[in-house]
Structure formats: structure tokens, C-alpha cells
Design a protein around this ligand. Structure first.
Ligand code: ADP
Ligand code: MG
Length: 377
């Protein structure tokens, strides 16, 4: 990818650029926990956005997107926001750095990526983190700390792309480290690396390619349930609740809210179990908790769908170590932890069975836990 960018940079702009990259991410476990003040457990992957960048001595940014075969030019003032959606991610990063008192001068950039768009692997965070990291290195002597770089990406989504996201995606993309997952505490923003050199296993996502649009926003309803239960239990968020507290207050809570809380409180413990298991290299326990998370998301939190449950069933039947929905639910991907020896069989089964029932194959994305934002030498 680097050689291609180098050639394209020469033909579009001329000169010798510097190369930067940042990655997409997976989340092994810890779903619907962020707004409950709980834990998520992401890692950066071997699919990235790479950019060739060079200061151009003007007050304009000139971009060429290889994958879209499109160009864009914009100034660095708030009024200069480009029309193109893809360019507004980069414009947003520039603006958020400037708003924080940082420096951005005009530059030329050619960029390309292999993070699948909209598959739940956060290509947008990869794009933001790549440019945030690059502009910090080129114009700010790396004085902006890494957490602020993640927040610059998050604010870009909020203020320039209309996506009201949490911090996990940008955090994972910026902080990602080869062979490590990160437990991020969404309340304190403390984080810790855990070794994830899953020797003998593969991580693979199966994208169902379905997206069920629901009339009443199920996400907001889940949030409201969690808030109601937290209030009844007298805690700020369900992060502070225990199963005992929930049981003791059961008659004051609706049956539906109770189920939602069972999932969230259980999920906190499952993340902690996975952390312990990884320190022992115990992937069987990791896989077991992934299945339990799926079950909880399907039966208690009720954010699964037929297609994702079917992919989960196929994984179980094939003897896959762990499998669950990744992301908010109602479609999208499952993430699967599969023994090397079972991999080909599982993928073949999943494709054939899913295709027979739904008329198309799931899209397979094998991922390796890799470094996040970096300069590419
Ligand atoms: P995701 O879940 O992958 O983050 P989003 O809809 O949030 O999906 O972000 C996808 C958008 O990010 C694309 O529509 C595009 O504007 C931008 N993007 C991501 N990857 C690339 C790329 N390789 N080239 C150009 N734009 C990209
Ligand atoms: Mg995104």
C-alpha cells in the first residue's frame, strides 16, 4: 500500500511525503456497557487507513482519496467545511485540533484503506486517528496526548459527521498494540493492556449484511431501561449495581427492565472474567463468556435478530470456541474465536448454511490484533 501511495502522491502533488497509518478495531466483549459506565474490551486490527502527507506551504488542504478516486480541497476555517462526507472526517480533525489551540497548516495528502466500510470495524475512526496522529507529529511536536487524539476523532464524529458515538472506536484505533486487547473503563477512562496472542486460534467476523431498521428507537429504549433500574437501585449507573441488589429490588422493577439489567450487570462480570482468563492464556473461558454474552444480548437485552442467532448456532454446532454479536445488534456481524484446525470447516458451513436460508453468504473478515496509530517508516 505504501509504494502505491508514494507513486500516487508523486503524480498528484509531487515531492516526498511522510507516511502514517491507523487501524480499524474489534471489540471482543463488553457490549452495551459504555453508557452504563462499564467496561469495553477492544483491540486494533490489521486493517488500516494509510496516508502519504506533506506540508504544502499554503493555507489549504488538498486531498486525494484513492479508494473513491476523488479529490477535495478546503481551507482551515470553520466556514470551509467541504461537501464531501469522506473529506469532512479530515476537515473535522483539523478543526478539532485548531479549536484546542493546536497548529494545522496546509498539507497535501493521498490516502487509502482496507477497513471495510460500515461493517462494524470502524473505518471512520481509523481515518480520523490516522490524520489526528499525523497532524500531531507534523505540526505539534507530538504535544497532544493520545487520549486527546482519540477525543479529537470522537468530536469530529459529533460535530462534523452527525454521529453521536462514544470514545471506544477512536480509543482503540489510537492506543491499539499488536497482540494486545485493552480493557477500557468507560467511566474513569482508565485502561489496561491484556495479552492476546491467540496462538492456535483465529478471530473472524461474519458480516450478515442485514440491518433491521426498527420504528421505535430500541437503543434509546434500552438506555431508558438501564437508567430506570439504576435509579430504583439508588446507583448512578448499572456499573455500580450487583445481582444481589437487583434481586432485592425485583418487585419494584418491570419484568422487561429486570431482564435488561441482568444482561448489563452480567456483562460487567464477563469482561472481568475474560481479563483473568487471558492472563492465564485460557481461551476456553474467553469463548464461553462470548457465548454467554450472545445469549444475554439475544434473550435478555433483546437486540439480536434471526440471522445473527443463526450464525451463532452454526458456530456452536461446529465447535467454535466463542461467538457473539459484535456491535449494537439488530444486524451486522458476529465475532468468532476459532481454533485453526476448525477454521476452514466453520467458514464453509457458515457460508453454505446461511446462504441456503437467507439467499446470500455472510462476508468473512479475518482479523489479527495489531498496532494502532503510527508513523510508517
Ligand atoms: P464504519 O462503521 O466503518 O466506521 P462509518 O459510516 O462510520 O462506518 O464510516 C464510513 C465512512 O468513512 C465512509 O462513508 C467514508 O466517508 C469514510 N471512509 C472510511 N474508509 C475510507 C476510505 N478508505 N476512503 C475514503 N473514505 C473512507
Ligand atoms: Mg464509524
Amino acid at each position: 500500500m505504501k509504494e502505491k501511495l508514494k507513486t500516487l502522491f508523486e503524480s498528484h502533488f509531487g515531492g516526498t511525503p511522510t507516511f502514517y497509518a491507523s487501524s480499524g478495531r474489534i471489540n471482543l466483549i463488553g457490549e452495551h456497557t459504555d453508557y452504563n459506565g462499564g467496561f469495553v474490551f477492544p483491540g486494533a486490527i490489521d486493517k488500516c487507513i494509510m496516508a502519504a502527507i506533506k506540508e504544502n506551504g499554503t493555507d489549504k488542504v488538498r486531498l486525494y482519496s484513492v479508494d473513491l478516486d476523488a479529490s477535495c480541497e478546503f481551507g482551515l476555517n470553520e466556514a470551509d467545511k467541504p461537501q464531501e462526507q469522506w473529506a469532512s472526517y479530515i476537515f473535522g480533525v483539523c478543526r478539532e485540533i485548531i479549536k484546542r489551540g493546536g497548529t494545522v497548516r496546509g498539507f497535501d495528502a493521498v490516502f487509502s484503506g482496507n477497513v471495510p466500510l460500515g461493517a462494524g470495524l470502524s473505518s471512520s475512526a481509523a481515518l480520523e486517528s490516522c490524520f489526528a496522529f499525523a497532524l500531531n507529529d507534523m505540526f505539534n511536536d507530538n504535544k497532544i496526548d493520545k487520549f486527546e487524539l482519540a477525543k479529537i476523532g470522537q468530536s469530529t464524529e459529533h460535530n462534523y459527521c452527525g454521529v453521536n458515538c462514544g470514545i471506544m472506536d477512536q480509543f482503540a484505533s489510537v492506543f491499539g498494540k499488536k497482540d494486545h486487547l485493552m480493557r477500557l473503563d468507560c467511566r474513569s477512562l482508565e485502561y489496561k493492556y491484556y495479552p492476546f496472542a491467540a496462538k492456535g486460534y483465529k478471530l473472524v467476523l461474519l458480516d450478515s449484511k442485514v440491518k433491521h431498521e426498527l420504528v421505535d428507537s430500541p437503543y434509546n429504549k434500552r438506555r431508558a431501561s438501564c437508567e430506570r433500574v439504576a435509579q430504583t437501585l439508588g446507583v448512578e449507573t448499572l456499573r455500580d449495581a450487583t445481582m444481589e441488589m437487583l434481586e432485592a429490588a425485583k418487585d419494584k422493577i418491570s419484568e422487561e427492565d429486570y431482564k435488561r439489567a441482568v444482561y448489563v450487570i452480567g456483562e460487567k462480570q464477563r469482561v472481568l472474567d475474560v481479563c483473568d482468563a487471558l492472563e492465564r492464556g485460557d481461551f476456553e473461558t474467553v469463548g464461553d463468556r462470548m457465548y454467554k454474552t450472545h445469549e444475554g444480548l439475544s434473550k435478555d437485552y433483546e437486540v439480536s435478530c434471526e440471522e445473527l442467532d443463526y450464525l451463532n448456532d452454526i458456530a456452536r454446532e461446529c465447535g467454535v470456541t466463542g461467538s457473539r454479536i459484535m456491535g449494537g445488534g439488530f444486524g451486522g456481524c458476529t465475532i468468532n474465536l476459532v481454533k485453526d484446525a476448525l477454521y476452514d470447516h466453520f467458514i464453509a458451513e457458515a457460508k453454505a448454511k446461511f446462504n441456503a436460508r437467507y439467499g446470500h453468504e455472510p462476508v468473512v473478515h479475518e482479523v489479527i490484533i495489531s498496532d494502532g496509530a503510527r508513523r510508517v517508516e
